[in-house]
Design a protein. Structure first.
Ligand code: F6P
Length: 544
């Protein structure tokens, strides 16, 4: 592991301290707020061609956005004046962007190929360590795939140690090629692990305990329950073969640790451990050994393709000029919608069944990263940051919340993710799926202005299309990296630390305290509402 201190991150101007910000405010008041999407689409026949952005494995059609040429120029000027290029350089150079935790946020390093040109000894050492670990856990993944004695692999983790791998395994099931079954357990609710265990055989199950800290309550509670179940299985299945096997041998064969806290994993009884660096943030960790479940599911070669797709997007983000740079353009559009139009949420609707959990993953990525109200120096922000990210896979969402998108009181930009080619299963249904995505985008933009009032839809509602050729490892890697960089750009312009999550930490601390107080019966200093609910729920005995 590389323990050199990361280089310091540069101080860059906050968006509202630039002249471009003021110009954008004036432009919004003068013309931006009255932008007529329907009219523009009807009259500007070049718009479709002009508003395509081609990035590796992902193409965006932004023609249905509330954006015109002058706004785009001002937004690019904003990127210049906030010195986005310096911030980007700091990201790629492994600078200490996460100042409150004194760490870099260097997930791009996990995707760089072996031999990638290193700008410093610090970078070269980090890359070597990344590839040593990568080669080791991919070799292990192949070993598990070849082991006919292992039929089921359970990833126990939560947040970034669950969502990214769960999305990738689900999305890439067509690439499994006969490996073991993969399962994901995250919730501390015993129903999650408990219901799964009823279907498993301890002899043929491998648990991956995925936790950067190896201390997260949900993960450790589930890991301990899994260990108990496994050792119970050992006791009840003693036969000639297993009689000699000690508990330690069983743990060694059936548990793997994926963590930066090697010592804690050892004390748990785990022998096979794949580490990663502190500079890998939880929600950016699927590219590290936290992705072992993905590698077991789709094999080492496909995992390398996932990394290659992400790396291609990294290079695009690192080198493309602002106007052709997809993460930058999407982030600038996000800022235009959030800080000028005032839209409070963004809906992400993947029109791909394989991506049905993608929105949950992106929700963590964006809301945990940019759901902040102070800047890097602790100053309160006079503008809003991350919107609410939500959504459901299409076409299911159409029969749930799309009514509100078309006729509800709020304007909510929608992001449609659509693949050109179908997956291998029932490909004949793919055209209908694509047609539905386009129909929704068209209905949002044009609405319906005739008939009775209750049938009319206002239209003029923005959407974007993110298009991939097919759902495969490279395109998925690129798509996820695209979102990571987009979030980095908006966070950087807003002047916030996108890499800590102190709000989440607060909840963890209070949950621990409530449990402890329930056991001790010491309610001193606790508010009456919490104590009352604890008693009602049976978390604590009543005082009288
Ligand atoms: O949800 C908060 C969080 O800290 C995430 O950032 C992280 O992905 C998750 O908890 C799990 O943390 P760990 O990998 O340390 O168990």
């Amino acid at each position: 592991m590389n323990h050199s201190p990361p280089p310091a991150a540069p101080a860059t101007p906050r968006c509202d301290h630039t002249s471009a910000w003021l110009a954008l405010q004036q432009h919004y008041a003068a013309v931006g707020q009255a932008f007529d999407l329907r009219h523009t689409l009807d009259t500007d026949t070049d718009r479709f061609a002009q508003m395509q952005i081609e990035a590796p494995y992902v193409r965006a059609d932004l023609s249905r956005s509330l954006l015109d040429g002058p706004t785009g120029l001002l937004l690019n000027r904003l990127a210049d004046e906030t010195q986005l290029a310096r911030a980007r350089e700091a990201l790629f150079g492994g600078a200490m962007l996460n100042t409150t935790e004194q760490r870099a946020a260097w997930h791009v390093q996990l995707r760089r190929p072996e031999g990638y040109r290193a700008a410093s000894d610090y970078e070269a050492a980090a890359l070597q360590a990344v590839h040593d670990t990568l080669n080791a856990f991919l070799a292990f993944a192949e070993q598990v795939r070849a082991d006919r004695g292992i039929t089921d692999v359970v990833n126990i983790g939560i947040g970034g140690s669950d969502l990214g791998p769960a999305v990738a395994v689900q999305a890439l099931h067509a690439f499994a090629g006969g490996g073991p079954r993969l399962h994901f357990v995250s919730n501390i609710d015993g129903d999650d692990l408990g219901s799964l265990l009823t279907q498993l055989d301890p002899q043929s199950t491998l648990f991956l305990v995925s936790s950067k800290s190896f201390g997260t309550a949900e993960t450790m509670t589930n890991a301990r329950a899994a260990r108990h179940w496994l050792l119970g299985g050992l006791a009840s299945s003693i036969n000639e073969q297993t009689a000699a096997a000690s508990e330690a041998d069983w743990l060694a064969r059936h548990f793997v640790g994926l963590t930066t806290n090697i010592e804690a994993a050892h004390s748990f009884g785990i022998q096979t451990i794949f580490g990663f660096e502190e500079w890998v943030g939880g929600r950016f960790s699927l590219w590290s050994s936290i992705g072992l479940s993905i590698a077991i599911a789709i094999g080492a070669q496909n995992f390398r393709q996932l990394l290659a797709g992400a790396h291609a997007m990294d290079e695009h983000f690192r080198t493309a000029p602002w106007e052709d740079n997809l993460p930058v353009q999407l982030a600038l559009l996000d800022i235009w919608y959030r800080n000028f139009h005032g839209f409070d949420s963004r809906c992400i609707a993947p029109y791909a069944h394989g991506l049905r959990r993608l929105t949950a993953y992106l929700q963590q990525l964006e809301m945990e990263s940019n759901g902040k109200s102070v800047d890097k120096t602790g100053q309160p922000l006079p503008f809003k940051t991350a919107p609410i990210i939500w959504g459901e896979a299409g076409t299911n969402g159409q029969h749930a919340y799309f009514q509100h998108l078309h006729q509800g009181p709020m304007v909510i930009p929608v992001e449609f993710i659509v693949a050109r080619k179908p997956g291998p299963l029932l490909p004949g249904q793919h055209k209908a799926l694509q047609a539905n995505a386009l129909a929704q985008a068209r209905a949002l933009a044009f609405g319906k202005n005739d008939g009775p009032a209750w049938k009319q839809c206002p239209g003029n509602r923005p959407s974007s299309l993110l298009l991939i050729d097919a759902l495969e490892p490279t395109s998925l890697g690129a798509l996820i990296a695209l979102y990571e960089h987009r979030i980095f750009v908006s966070g950087s312009l807003w002047g916030i630390n996108s890499f800590d999550q102190w709000g989440v930490e607060l909840g963890k601390t209070i949950a621990k305290d409530i449990l402890a107080r329930g056991e001790s019966g010491d309610f001193d200093g606790l508010d009456a509402a919490t104590v009352g609910a604890m008693q009602w729920l049976g978390l604590a005995a009543s005082k009288d």
